[in-house]
Write a protein that binds this ligand. Structure first.
Ligand code: PGA
Ligand code: ZN
Length: 413
């Protein structure tokens, strides 16, 4: 199964920003495509998303250079290679790029190709994508961690913490889990309406984005919604604090609450929230380079709460290894475009497992209808997926693909 052609073109993501689509054609005639996603609350240490920066098109956000890199340099290098040797293809692109952050070719260009080739190879092999990707790992349907209330960069800075998510811990079966989450999303809307908050739409990931006077109010409302749906104890709360985005000069500033903390104060605040609400997971509770803060947080909460590094690890094995060595966090958020190839993504997932860290497979706030992530989450056996809320079709593409995978897993067993 040799690659005979690679092509890319510019498409739009769920925020109306350009992103890269790539298609891979094999000698057998099989053709498959994939899309690169795009973040808004990005980490400093992410691989480079190559944009044109010419103010004339899409406010500089065009991706014609990345598209060109696929159609020229990458195609020239990869055409003729076998599609079923993912690591070799990914390594060839890494070498061709030659930088540490993929800034020459663009992680958006490289990732779209990496995923398109994998999909073509799976089609050629006649197996579902998750099965192809699993390559011997134990595939498992993930539990969804679903955005219900949004803040920060995804909701016009209404308050500081970025995501308040619902996570079933004792609801059996994917269908029942989603049904319970939809009920909580609906009940949350009802509570917000009752309290007089005006909602005219949803935030970037489909959650509600009301202008609340304090971060903990989102926890009040979400826990009430869970209780209101009679799900107390069976549905818990996950937070994505995304603390890098309100950290400045050694301080975590919460202007909506007129409060500011140093690292120790922030750890204390998070501990209080865990004591008062059913919080079982905290992502980016501290800033991306606050290593000593992360150590403190992990020592204090690591035994009872999942502490996930997103901007902190940026799906980068070097940063994950340092975190493991220094007892920082106990889980990693996995976003393919933070690192740029499928091989490196699996490298991080496998390393996490080996070290006893958990992994959460995650979408970006800017997504497309591509449902690759559902297969990746299943293939990796990671056990958790985070792709936003249960509205907006770029989110539902993934949830709905999981319904299909559930059937495929049953018939495979
Ligand atoms: P992003 O946010 O895709 O906008 O970076 C998602 C997250 O922080 O988890
Ligand atoms: Zn995050």
């Amino acid at each position: 199964m040799k690659i005979v052609s690679l092509q890319a073109w510019e498409i739009l993501d769920s925020r109306g920003n350009p992103t890269v689509a790539a298609a891979c054609q094999l000698s057998t005639g099989v053709r498959a495509r994939a899309h690169a996603p795009s973040g808004a609350s990005t980490g400093m240490h992410e691989a480079c998303e190559l944009r044109d920066h010419d103010g004339g098109r899409y406010a500089g956000k065009g991706v014609r250079r990345a598209v060109h890199n696929v159609n020229e340099a990458i195609a020239k290098r990869l055409v003729g290679m076998r599609a079923d040797e993912q690591w070799r293809l990914d390594q060839a692109m890494i070498d061709l790029d030659g930088t540490t952050n993929k800034s020459r070719l663009g992680a958006n260009a490289i990732l779209a190709v990496s995923c398109a080739v994998a999909r073509a190879a799976a089609v050629q092999a006649g197996v579902p994508l998750w099965k192809w990707l699993a390559a011997g790992r134990e595939a498992k349907l993930p539990v969804p961690m679903v955005n219900i209330l949004s803040g920060g960069h995804h909701a016009g800075h209404n308050f500081e913490f970025q995501d308040f998510l619902a996570m079933p811990v004792d609801v059996a079966g994917y269908g029942d889990q989603l049904e319970a989450i939809v009920a909580v999303h609906r009940e949350t809307r009802h509570l917000l309406d009752k309290a007089g908050y005006v909602l005219t739409g949803v935030a970037d990931e489909g959650g509600w984005g009301p202008k609340l006077p304090a971060n903990r109010m989102a926890l009040d409302i979400l826990s009430q919604a869970i209780d209101g749906c009679a799900l107390e104890g069976r549905m818990k709360i996950a937070l994505d604090v995304a603390a890098s985005h309100f950290y400045k000069d050694g301080h975590y500033a919460l202007p909506t609450e007129n409060r500011s903390f140093d690292a120790a104060g922030m750890v204390g605040e998070l501990e209080k929230l865990c004591d008062e609400y059913p919080v079982i997971s905290i992502e980016d509770g501290l800033a991306e380079d606050d290593w000593s803060g992360w150590q403190m947080l992990t020592a204090r909460l690591g035994q009872r709460v999942q502490l996930v590094g997103d901007d902190f690890f940026t799906t980068n094995i070097g940063r994950l290894n340092r975190g493991i060595a220094e007892n920082c966090a106990n889980a990693v958020l996995v976003k393919m475009n933070q690192i740029g190839t499928l091989t490196e993504t699996f490298g991080v997932i496998d390393r996490a497992r080996e070290a006893g860290y958990r992994a959460v497979i995650s979408a970006r706030s800017g997504e497309t209808e591509d449902d690759f992530l559902a297969d990746l989450a299943t293939a990796s056996g990671a056990g958790q997926i985070k792709v936003g809320s249960i509205t907006r079709s770029e989110r539902l593409a993934k949830y709905n693909r999981l319904f299909e995978i559930e059937r495929e897993l049953t018939s495979a067993a």
